[in-house]
Design a binder for this molecule. Structure first.
Ligand code: PLP
Length: 324
């Protein structure tokens, strides 16, 4: 927990390094296949990466990225710092075309909450041909289900608040890269700006990591079963699920119905976060910042590790009650 170290040793000061961060970074770095840096939150990691983009340069990003990332891009555009171009990441041809003259290509796959999947290897190749760096926000999939650095991506970013920590009690972010130069620059920014994790948060996240494969496996098995059952219900307009992971987009016919459902579950917690051991749900368009292309009736389900029959009983009862 120390912030101050005896001068002249390996450690200088708590803003530069801490053995507990290092243990967490080594573990997540090994899982993603690169060198990791922990940050105060997912958005602290995101802003540190956007800060690398030169003045006036172009950033390509999914129109359905996590809305905090989109809001950061909007803020930077308003201040004439960068030029974002938002794209539909399922349209690989359009994304490849957008890579021209870009300096950074931001990807999130699956996207939050649209659940779209990008052709990361093809986009990475086009971005590199154009001289751009590629980032993948891997929060939804986790390194258990996909390791974007294997596809040649330059940086992986995480809201470690979610699956990585896994118990809804930590705010934490992380960046992982195989590029030593990028690692050095990002570490320099973290030292200077101070967007550092707390020691206790890093310790909790390290403890959470020990069960990451078990939690992801169980959440995914639960999600697959719930998707199967939800697809049989005529009152559910659409079920968005990429085939893997614990996140589901459930589209109901109207925002009002979705509101009723999110307020009438008992086991599922109505909450904005995700990736915890407990199941949560939220109608995303309750946020003004969520793009209008996200359906009013879309409820984002974060499936936890509870008994799937308990989850189904609660969710199907809430759906039934909203219908009558
Ligand atoms: N990226 C994704 C995909 C997220 O879902 C979130 C938060 O919900 C973030 C980044 C931001 O992370 P944090 O809340 O830890 O700052």
């Amino acid at each position: 927990m120390a912030a101050t170290y005896v001068a002249g040793g390996e450690l200088e000061y708590g803003r530069y390094a801490n053995p507990t961060w290092t243990a967490f970074e080594d573990a997540l770095g090994a899982l993603e296949g690169g060198r990791c840096l922990a940050f105060a939150s997912g958005l602290a990691a995101v802003s540190t990466i956007f800060d690398l983009v030169g003045n006036g340069e172009k950033v390509v990003a999914p129109r359905h990225s996590y809305n905090g990332s989109i809001m950061q891009l909007g803020d930077l555009e308003l201040r004439e710092r960068i030029q974002p171009q938002l794209v539909d990441i399922t349209d690989t041809e359009a994304v490849v075309a957008a890579c021209e003259n870009a300096s950074l290509v931001w990807l999130e796959s699956p996207t939050n909450p649209a659940m779209e999947v990008a052709d990361v290897p093809a986009i990475t190749k086009a971005a590199h041909d154009a001289g751009a760096y590629v980032v993948v926000d891997n929060t939804f999939a986790t390194p258990i289900l996909q390791q974007p650095l294997e596809w040649g991506v330059d940086l992986v970013v995480h809201s470690a608040t979610k699956y990585i920590s896994g118990h809804s009690d930590v705010l934490l972010g992380a960046v992982v890269t195989r590029d030593d130069q990028l690692h050095g620059v990002l570490k320099g920014r973290r030292d200077l700006f101070g967007a550092i994790p707390g020691t206790f948060e890093a310790w909790l996240a390290l403890r959470g990591l020990r069960t990451l494969p078990l939690r992801v496996e169980r959440a995914q098995a639960n999600a697959q079963e719930l998707v199967r059952r939800l697809r049989e219900r005529p009152d559910v307009e659409e079920v968005r699920y990429p085939g893997f992971g614990g996140m589901i987009g459930m589209v109901l016919p109207e925002g009002g119905i979705a509101d009723l459902v999110q307020h009438s579950t008992e086991l599922w917690v109505y909450a904005t976060s995700l990736g915890g051991v407990e199941s949560t749900l939220e109608r995303r368009r309750r946020w003004k910042s969520e793009p209008a292309t996200i359906p009013e009736g879309l409820i984002r389900l974060s499936v936890g590790i509870e008994d799937v029959e308990d989850l189904w009983e609660d969710l199907s009862r809430a759906l039934d009650s909203a219908r009558t």
